[in-house]
Design a binder for this molecule. Structure first.
Ligand code: AMP
Ligand code: MG
Length: 336
């Protein structure tokens, strides 16, 4: 009898050790930090395949940038397209699908979103030595941009103005999140938090907390906490890239009507969506549109949004007040 008890105890110990070991592997955490798409990328994964997947997520982001979306990397699809002044090329690597989504956002936003403003952004030199461009040169360059000049023609994409420059600066980060999510889908990953600049992918069966950045503070300082399920969250803020000239502040999100930074009282827009490309593109689009029109656009796409205004007020669209908590008492939450 004693012997039987000892055998059972030993067996139980082996099973427990195996379970603990399995649990250890299943909860294995791995992270990767690197620079791509002109911004910092952080990949945090939990699960059996975390080591291999973190490496692969880095590869996916880097090659999406270098081979497809970058407009400065020689040989990328977008670089070639811009070089050829709007010639045609075969659909490769999902580029047509991305462009279709961006054309839709451009149309639905009435042109507030325009991913053909690359040459105009270059005049402002954000990222290097920013300066206010010459007015006439700005107007001239702006006249060559316009998403409506970009057309699909069977297997090709045709640009009617050879001087226009496609720029994925407003949506590439979200596209990277979509590509990473579809890669991770059938891997043994329990949780993923991937941030590409101001866009974050959250995967896992739990509620995540996302901070709404304090426009006046550094990148780790927040004014509110938002509780969300697995999704993509993107923020566009005028504090991301800005400079001062002649006593005035200028930032990198441009109003395609004027070529100057959008100036409508907003400091940031955060979009919550299942789609990375939509969260990223819509945060930029809604920033340019301003509070009222921005809310309508977010709702049209079935996305939730948080708008922060210069007068320190926080407005919600499609988000109930019980999932947001203001953490900075100088801000006011308006529920409408
Ligand atoms: P985001 O940080 O996602 O809001 O994207 C800002 C970037 O998008 C800028 O740095 C530009 O490269 C580009 N951009 C600026 N204005 C616009 C606009 N109105 N529509 C689309 N892209 C824009
Ligand atoms: Mg964006």
């Amino acid at each position: 009898m004693k012997k039987t008890a000892a055998v059972i105890a030993a067996f139980a110990a082996v099973v427990l050790a195996a379970l603990l070991a399995y649990d250890g592997i299943a909860n294995k955490e791995m992270s990767a930090d690197f620079f791509a798409m002109n911004t910092y990328v952080t990949v945090k994964l939990k699960g059996t395949d975390s080591a291999e997947c973190a490496q692969q997520a880095q590869k996916i982001t880097e090659s999406l940038d270098k081979e497809v979306l970058s407009r400065t990397e020689k040989g990328s699809l977008v670089y070639n397209f811009n070089q050829n002044g709007g010639g045609t090329f075969e659909n490769e690597k999902g580029l047509f699908e991305y462009i279709s989504v961006l054309l839709d956002v451009s149309e639905k936003s009435g042109g507030a979103f325009d991913f053909t403003l690359g040459a105009v952004s270059d005049l402002w030199s954000f990222g290097s030595a920013p300066l206010v461009p010459d007015e006439a040169e700005l107007a001239q360059t702006l006249s060559h941009s316009g998403y409506e000049k970009l057309k699909f023609n069977g297997e090709s994409l045709v640009y009617s103005d050879k001087k226009a420059v496609i720029d994925f600066g407003a949506a590439g980060k979200g596209i990277a999140l979509d590509e990473i999510r579809s890669y991770l889908k059938d891997k043994r990953i329990k949780e993923a938090v991937v941030s590409v600049g101001g866009s974050v992918l959250l995967m896992g069966d739990k509620a995540f907390t996302v901070g709404i950045r304090n426009p006046e503070g550094n990148s780790g300082s927040y004014i509110a906490k938002l509780s969300v399920p697995g999704c993509c969250v993107s923020t566009s803020g005028n504090y991301e890239q800005q400079f001062e000239q002649g006593g005035k502040r200028y930032h990198h999100i441009l109003d395609p009507e004027t070529g100057y930074p959008a100036d409508n009282g907003l400091v940031s827009v955060t979009i919550v969506s299942e789609s990375g490309i939509l969260s990223d593109a819509l945060s930029t689009a809604c920033f340019v549109l301003g509070l009222e029109k921005g809310r309508k656009l977010a709702a049209e796409y079935g996305c939730s949004a948080v708008f922060v205004t210069e007068d320190k007020t926080v407005y919600l669209e499609g988000i109930s007040e019980d999932v947001i908590e203001l953490t900075d008492s100088s801000y006011t939450l308006v529920i409408e």
